[in-house]
Design a protein around this ligand. Structure first.
Ligand SMILES: [Zn+2]
Length: 162
């Protein structure tokens, strides 16, 4: 076997989650959204900028010994709408899911309106956003009605300016 795509591919995992078809450069943001850190004891493999028949180039994330649930899966859609989540059991893909942007997002996005109640220090209120459009992705703050789009969502979840 040559050193083609297979030469780089990490060996199969026995049990865990493989997240495929992530846009190039967003693998670490996916891990951040899931709250998965190496300190948690998980072995994580990240492949960046690999060939994809479906989307040209892509990132792939493999997390050993962790099965991510549907709710977590759908949060990934906020920055990787084409992603697929494969749950691997005994070396085989047992469950395959397409991500779907959640109707409601609690906690992980911040309102961009500085006077919004969720931005006040005195009485911290957990931000809640509801989807108003899926293409392009738009969410509306449940408290003040401010709308945030794909660019703000990506910036916030990538940790830019935090
Ligand atoms: Zn707001």
């Amino acid at each position: 076997m040559g050193m083609g795509e297979d030469g780089l591919t990490v060996k199969k995992i026995r049990y865990g989650t493989v997240i495929d078809h992530i846009p190039v450069g967003r693998a670490l943001t996916v891990l951040r959204i899931l709250g998965v850190r190496p300190e948690g004891g998980y072995r994580i493999a990240i492949l960046m900028n690999v060939e994809s028949r479906k989307i040209g180039r892509k990132d792939i994330v493999k997390i050993e010994n962790l099965e991510i649930g549907v709710e977590e899966t759908n949060k990934i859609a906020l920055i990787a709408p084409e992603a697929t989540v494969n749950i691997v059991r005994d070396y085989k893909v047992d469950v395959k899911r397409k991500v779907k942007p959640p109707q409601e997002v609690k906690g992980i996005l911040k309102c961009i309106n500085p006077t919004c109640i969720t931005r006040q220090d005195r009485e911290p209120v957990t931000p809640v956003f509801r989807m108003v459009s899926s293409t392009p992705l738009e969410y509306q703050c449940a408290y003040c009605g401010t709308i945030i789009g794909e660019r703000e969502i990506l910036e916030q979840l990538s940790g830019i300016g935090q």
